[in-house]
Write a new protein. Structure first.
Lengths: 276, 334, 289
């Protein structure tokens, strides 16, 4: 409460906060440490925290596996692909709802958000069967299409909120300047909304990268992204932990960085505006 | 340049009608000011002319052509927004030239016109800056430059000076007036400030609750207001209104007399009252006087009068300048 | 605030999204409803027959369903409690000034961005492993026998993993809300002589009431659908101990190939989620101007 907190209070809070942070971060930290151990030391008891033989052999082994790289490509393709396609459909829709609203706009927006609230299991059966019958199982295309639809409500929602922050006067000025709607979007709206567009892409790529329902159920090998790849190692033998840790670290590292950058977007995108 | 005519223009938002049946004639080259209290519909009317809103009924005729169905981009008008609405991601040069560039004009023509306009508006040194780096007055001039450079049929101004400080406002007022004269441009200007209206306009349109109360030259509105509303809106300080016995003595249900048309003296004929407050501005003195059977009278006296609160005074309204209004508030002539 | 032109264009532009989402919602959902009325075994195609509500009756009276429902409720309830309570505390902590605040914030937020499958495996094998996990080491160092988490306390293990994953979300939301608490309010309370506990209970908590509601509603929606963590760690077991509704439906559909039964279950899940969704949508709607 008081700005003039005593040094002792600040010190106490610092200690408590760091302990709390450390505890929460520990699993990730431990995984990263394990990735640098030899397999033998990876599950030795008592576990070694820092004084072990640091090695890069696991990372080398993981990167040498061609199927690992294939899975990385799948993750990249699926995550970016689905988000970019969503953006193509969403940008016009968000423009329309932000700048040309009708009486139905609010209801439509709420309805779109509600589609995100449907549990995927509810449609697992028909989707699985449709995908099977159309040969879409275990295809990147199939997954991109599906995740695109799953992303769409949040993408539209986030773009809508960013667009609404642009004073409509600027767009009206462009209309007075003689611009039609397409040029208005391309030459005036997009450049101004660029940070918002980037943030939306960022958060949704993260969410798509981590998606672990459809990616687990609709892929087997060819199109399996990293989520499924890691999941396939849930066997109980303790022989692969160091390598698995390395693979996992590689899988989550870029996302952790991106996630750090997109904290505020997370609040905006996933609370649907209910928290400012 | 363009003439604008409004015929039976009506605007409703849902079930609320905000503009009721407006007929207006704006001749080519005139400076017309829409003035009125907030919420009277003046900005809405401007936006209807601009094409940023649809009319619910009526016609808008620009240079003989009904544009009510045309989108704003195709009407050939320019607008200066209250918030200036400059493109934040473009330099001043690009802001001004944007419309021309989008219309496909050749590059040297655009450059030439932008340079010409910048010189007129004293913006030449700022051409490569972005709006975020400019002051309010500079931004306003960029907004005006953007409007001018396209040589539109008419200029529309939506309260352009309200975001400026007082001194700047006076200066910009003069500049706008000068500009309009030199371009001989048809201009429709919206403001809530009646001083701006009086000083800038060839013709003033006084609006109240979506209706036109009176249209006329500034001094015409000052000398012959058509009703109580116009009489009370034009002129500062506000006209004094008196009803009841004092008004009946002067021959009408309500009479109005401007503060500057009352002769104040310590003794003599006229109403008697007590000074409640006196504001000495040096050049003028404004006296707020309690007069029985009225809500108080404001009088202006030139120079200093040495009157203090509590002094007794007599007020003589100039009979030739007394306005008389009937029971509905309309002016009685003759 | 728009003209006829822009409004018409607007409708055209929104149409594809609406159409796609509509198809995405309606077609599969309609199919699920249709399938739920059939007796349909994936392994015996062509032998489908209409059985009306039989699947529902069977599903709803199946003890497995009751178990999965109670597991689901336990999972959701526990995770909500843990994340909200600890989330509030963490938010309060992070709202204070201390050295290295941004770094600690990064550490607290990180778990949300870790893939669910990775989190699950890390917890299962590196931390909770009864022989070589860190928890086992801690236990033995303190003289206790290590717990075989997934055999002895499977549900709790899953709850721990899911809570860990969602804690950052709750913390971040609550922290954002806390930071919007005007300094003015804080100073006014100080002038009024409010002590720290009273301040917390009367001002902070009431300010947080709304965000907490949002967190609870949104998390509930997503927690009802927890799948990957269970899939990777316990496969629903031992027995049915960690089977929640989502996993039950999955196992019926893709492991037992009982399309009819799984579809009925799917509809039940949708209905459950809808109940929560109604409240959430209403709350969001109130905020939308």
């Amino acid at each position: 409460m008081a700005r003039r907190a005593s040094a002792a209070r600040t010190a106490a809070i610092t200690v408590v906060a760091w302990i709390a942070g450390f505890i929460i971060f520990f699993p990730i930290l431990w995984m990263v440490l394990t990735s640098f151990k030899t397999e033998l030391e990876a599950f030795s008891m008592p576990p070694k925290f820092l004084l072990f033989k640091w090695t890069m052999e696991n990372y080398a082994a993981v990167q040498e596996r061609s199927d690992y790289l294939a899975h990385v490509w799948n993750s990249i393709a699926i995550a970016f692909g689905s988000v970019l396609v969503s953006m193509l459909i969403a940008i016009p829709a968000a423009w329309a709802m932000a700048f040309a609203p009708t009486e139905r706009t609010r209801g439509t927006l709420l309805w779109m958000l509600s589609t995100k609230m449907m549990p995927p299991v509810g449609v697992l059966v028909p989707i699985y069967l449709i995908y099977r019958d159309f040969g879409l199982l275990d295809t990147r295309f199939g997954l991109i299409a599906l995740l695109c639809l799953a992303d769409l409500p949040i993408v539209i929602w986030m773009l809508y909120t960013y667009f609404k922050e642009i004073p409509i006067g600027i767009l009206e000025a462009s209309r007075m300047d003689g611009l039609g709607p397409l040029r208005e979007v391309v030459f005036v709206l997009a450049p101004i909304a660029l940070p918002g567009i980037a943030s939306t892409i960022l958060l949704n790529v993260i969410l798509a990268w981590n998606e672990a329902f459809w990616t687990l159920n609709l892929t087997t090998s060819k199109a399996a992204p990293l989520t499924a790849f890691i999941a396939s190692y849930s066997s109980p033998e303790g022989l692969f932990w160091a390598k698995l840790s390395a693979a996992s670290t590689l899988a989550i590292a870029p996302i952790l960085v991106l996630g750090w950058l997109s904290q505020r977007q997370l609040v905006r995108g996933l609370t649907f505006g209910a928290v400012k | 340049m363009g003439s604008i005519r409004l015929e039976g223009v009506r605007k409703a938002f849902g079930s609320t009608t905000v503009i009721h049946d407006v007929d207006l004639d704006i001749e080519d080259g005139t400076f017309v000011v829409f003035v009125g209290p907030s919420g009277c519909g003046k900005s809405t009317l401007l936006r209807l002319i601009a094409g940023l809103e649809d009319v619910s009924g009526g016609r808008i005729i620009i240079d003989g052509r009904d544009v009510a169905k045309l989108p704003a981009a195709k009407r050939g008008l320019s607008m200066v927004f209250q918030s200036y609405a400059l493109y934040p991601h473009m330099t001043v040069r690009n802001n001004i030239g944007f419309g021309l560039k989008m219309a496909g004009r050749p590059r040297d023509e655009v450059k030439r016109k932008v340079d010409a306009v910048s010189t007129v508006l004293n913006l030449s040194t700022y051409l490569d800056r972005k709006p975020g780096e400019l002051s309010g007055g500079q931004r306003q001039r960029v907004a005006i430059g953007r409007a001018i450079v396209r040589e539109p049929k008419a200029f529309l101004f939506d309260e352009p000076l309200s975001n400026l400080d007082a001194a700047l406002r006076v200066q910009m007022r003069l500049e706008i007036a000068r500009l309009q004269k030199s371009l001989d441009a048809t201009t429709v200007y919206v403001t809530h400030d009646q001083v701006e209206a009086m000083t800038l306009a060839d013709k003033i349109v006084v609006l109240n609750a979506g209706r036109v109360e009176q249209v006329g030259a500034p001094l015409e509105l000052y000398a012959s207001p058509a009703n109580l509303f116009v009489a009370g809106f034009i002129g500062s300080p506000r006209m004094n209104f008196v009803s009841g016995d004092l008004a009946a003595q002067l021959g009408a249900p309500t009479i109005g007399i401007r503060p500057e048309h009352i002769v104040v003296s310590r003794e003599g004929g006229g109403w008697h009252g007590t000074v409640a407050a006196a504001e000495h501005l040096g050049s003028d003195t404004f006296l707020y006087i309690d007069v029985p059977q009225t809500a108080g009278i404001t009088a202006r006296a030139v120079g200093e009068l040495g009157l203090k609160p509590g002094d007794h005074v007599r007020l003589a309204p100039d009979p030739g300048r007394t306005h008389r209004f009937d029971a509905q508030g309309c002016a009685l002539r003759g | 605030m728009a003209t006829q032109h822009t409004r018409t264009l607007g409708r055209i532009l929104v149409a594809p999204s609406v159409a796609l989402l509509f198809l995405w919602m309606i077609v599969p959902l309609a199919m699920t409803i249709y399938f739920s009325t059939l007796r349909y075994q994936l392994l015996n195609p062509g032998t489908e027959r209409f059985v009306g509500a039989e699947n529902y009756i069977y599903f709803l009276s199946d003890p497995a369903f009751i178990t999965s429902l109670s597991n689901t409720l336990r999972l959701v309830g526990s995770v909500l409690t843990i994340t909200v309570v600890i989330g509030v505390l963490l938010a309060l902590l992070l709202d204070q000034f201390f050295i290295g605040r941004s770094l600690v914030r990064l550490m607290v937020i990180a778990p949300f961005f870790v893939m669910p499958t990775v989190s699950a495996l890390v917890w299962k094998n590196l931390l909770m492993h009864p022989v070589s996990g860190v928890f086992a080491w801690v236990a033995t160092s303190l003289g206790f026998r290590p717990i075989d988490w997934f055999a002895q306390l499977p549900m709790l293990s899953v709850i721990l993993i899911v809570s860990w994953q969602w804690l950052p979300f709750a913390t971040l939301i609550l922290l954002t809300a806390l930071q919007s608490l005007d300094n003015d309010q804080k100073e006014a309370a100080e002038m009024d002589g409010t002590g720290p506990f009273a301040f917390f209970f009367y001002i902070v908590l009431s300010h947080l009431a709304r965000p907490i509601t949002v967190v609870v509603l949104i998390q509930t929606i997503f927690l009802l659908a927890v799948f990957a963590e269970i899939f990777v760690t316990t496969g629903g077991g031992p027995g049915l101990a960690t089977t929640n509704l989502a996993f039950l439906i999955y196992s019926q559909a893709l492991l037992q190939y009982d399309v009819g039964g799984a579809s009925a279950g799917g509809i039940v899940a949708v209905v459950l989620a809808n109940i929560v969704a109604i409240f959430l949508v209403r709350l969001i709607g109130k905020n939308l101007e």
